[in-house]
Design a protein around this ligand. Structure first.
Ligand SMILES: C[S@@+](CC[C@H](N)C(=O)[O-])C[C@H]1O[C@@H](n2cnc3c(N)ncnc32)[C@H](O)[C@@H]1O
Length: 266
């Protein structure tokens, strides 16, 4: 049996009671922290609270060659721990399907996710979000700096349908993208596309959801570039047309410019 256990948003205490029981009842406990990270926890702190050794897997061990550790789930109870809610990540669905093809039974223990925390913290309503996307750091190829354009296309498409866009921000071993960096990259993409669609767009940054010092900041996208939200993890939202209650929430909860109240729909 392979059980995906969501660990929630910030530290080792965010796991559910059911998740904790599942971990303690497992023969083997694995984790991955490259799709998301619990910034308030270390593998040692997890092991201490859970009372079990936690083997942290690399991206390659999860995506390229998981057969070895996955195969153990044919005979033994294996827990696979991940940040947030397990299936808010295509990697984990892929792993689940792979396990099923190997004849392994699977289960999920759900947990809180950044996807729902963002609605909770900002007041932006879940049903008004369109497709979400990720912003990767630019990379250099052939001496040229390459900025992926697809996040901009997703935002433009959602804006055309009056929908909000949730933008996951790149996590790398030695750096974490901030909401300000994400906003700057979106503006750079729009400039590259010779457009000006984001001139009157808002940006909402959320930092360290689930922690004692979680922060939510709303400002014009071009101004968000210079706003310091502190440490990781962070996420960015570009809202579409706002319902009046959403606008009121952004002003009250995230310090958005009050003039957005006049632009909101009743
Ligand atoms: C690909 S998502 C993984 C989602 C996770 N499975 C979940 O359900 O929460 C990871 C991205 O979400 C954002 N994120 C995750 N946890 C966060 C937190 N506690 N505060 C702010 N952003 C967070 C970051 O942008 C990070 O790169």
């Amino acid at each position: 049996m392979l059980t995906f256990v969501g660990l929630g948003l910030y530290d080792e205490r965010d796991v559910s009671v059911k998740g904790l029981q599942t971990i303690r009842d497992s023969d083997l406990v694995y984790a991955e922290f490259y799709t998301s990270r619990l910034m308030g926890a270390t593998p040692e702190k997890l092991a201490q609270l859970y009372g079990r050794e936690v083997k942290v897997l690399t991206r390659e061990e999860v995506e390229v060659s998981p057969e070895g550790w996955l195969g153990r789930a044919k005979e033994e109870k294996v827990a696979f721990l991940v940040g947030g809610d397990p299936m808010i990540s295509t990697t984990h669905l892929d792993l689940r399907l792979r396990a099923l093809r190997m004849g392994i039974e699977t289960r999920i223990v759900h947990s809180s996710s950044i996807v729902t925390a963002v609605s909770g913290m900002t007041g932006l309503q879940n049903y008004r979000f369109g497709r979400s996307t990720s912003i990767p750091y630019p990379y250099v190829a052939g001496g040229r700096r390459i900025v992926a354009m697809s996040p901009r296309d997703v935002v433009v498409d959602n804006l055309a349908r009056d929908l909000h866009t949730l933008l996951f921000l790149d996590i790398q071993p030695e750096r974490y993208m901030t909401a300000g960096e994400g906003a700057a990259l979106l503006l750079e993409m729009e400039e590259e596309a010779c457009g000006d669609r984001f001139n009157s767009s808002l940006g909402v940054g959320v930092a360290r959801a689930g922690s004692e010092d979680a922060v939510v900041v709303a400002d014009w996208l071009r101004k968000l570039v210079d706003r310091d939200l502190g440490g990781p993890l962070q996420i960015l939202v570009v809202p579409g047309r706002l319902h009046f209650m959403e606008a009121e929430a952004l002003v009250a909860l995230a310090g958005a410019p009050p003039e957005i109240l006049e632009m909101a729909e009743p």
